[in-house]
Design a binder for this molecule. Structure first.
Ligand code: PGA
Length: 242
């Protein structure tokens, strides 16, 4: 099974969301061993839910809180995502970690809460350029997995995305050797922590139609988390078909 996930970040409004899906559904139908999942911004989730209601394409939110409801101004409820028919929530994206100061401890609570609702957390990890240059990449990944998954249920579904921070939105792609080393390390860590060896590990960071085929051939690369190239039907379609 390969997973092709689209992270739209803070792009598109509900009208643009509906227009995208009208065109995408005309051009792309999911095939048996390939899953497609969209992560639009929170305010476009209802338009997404309506657009994809009779399709096999999945969707989810880019973030959520670890409570279903209450006095949490500005947060997103994973329960509402579920009520609308969503299946997944992105957790710990590097922009959440860097701009919104999310820690591995907070991320662990969110992962556990999402699993408790029966949704799939898509946990993002990755090293900064400074950490890579200091030779700390594998240590950072191991720490993010150990703490981020410390409250997770090993019997419930989980997806991981390895995204080197320096490759996100920069056009600077990790080399095949770097991707291979990181994915092998994530795979080993997941096994050591007692999670299923079938847990999908996606790669993210400047994935484009021009590099997706080569990346998908790397061992333990089970799909992609795509930012910029997922905003246009043509480029995301090409990646989904790579
Ligand atoms: P990018 O973003 O594909 O634009 O580099 C990836 C991500 O942030 O998930």
């Amino acid at each position: 099974m390969k997973i092709f996930a689209a992270n739209w970040k803070l792009h598109k409004n509900p009208k643009e969301t509906r227009e995208f899906f009208a065109e995408f559904l005309k051009q792309v139908s999911p095939v048996a061993d390939r899953e497609i999942v969209f992560f639009p911004s929170t305010i476009c989730l209802e338009a997404t839910s309506q657009s994809l209601s009779s399709s096999k394409i999945k969707w989810g939110a880019q973030n959520c809180y670890y409570e279903a409801k209450g006095a949490f101004t500005g947060e997103t409820s994973a329960q509402t995502v579920k009520d609308l028919g969503g299946q997944s929530v992105l957790i710990g994206h590097s922009e959440r970690r860097a701009i919104f100061t999310e820690t591995d401890e907070l991320i662990a609570k969110k992962v556990s809460f999402i699993q408790g609702l029966g949704l799939t957390p898509l946990l993002c990890l990755g090293e900064t350029l400074a950490q890579r240059e200091a030779g700390e990449t594998l240590k950072v990944l191991s720490q993010q997995l150990q703490t981020g998954l410390s409250k997770a249920d090993k019997t419930k579904s989980l997806v991981i995305a390895y995204e080197p921070v320096w490759a996100i939105g920069t056009g600077r792609i990790a080399t095949s050797a770097q991707v291979q080393e990181a994915h092998a390390a994530v795979f080993q860590n997941i096994q050591k922590l007692g999670f299923s060896s079938a847990t999908a590990i996606l790669y993210g960071g400047s994935v484009k139609p021009e590099n997706s085929k080569e990346l998908l051939a790397i061992p333990h690369v089970d799909g992609f988390l795509v930012g910029g190239a997922s905003l246009e039907v043509a480029s995301f379609k090409a990646i989904c078909q790579s």
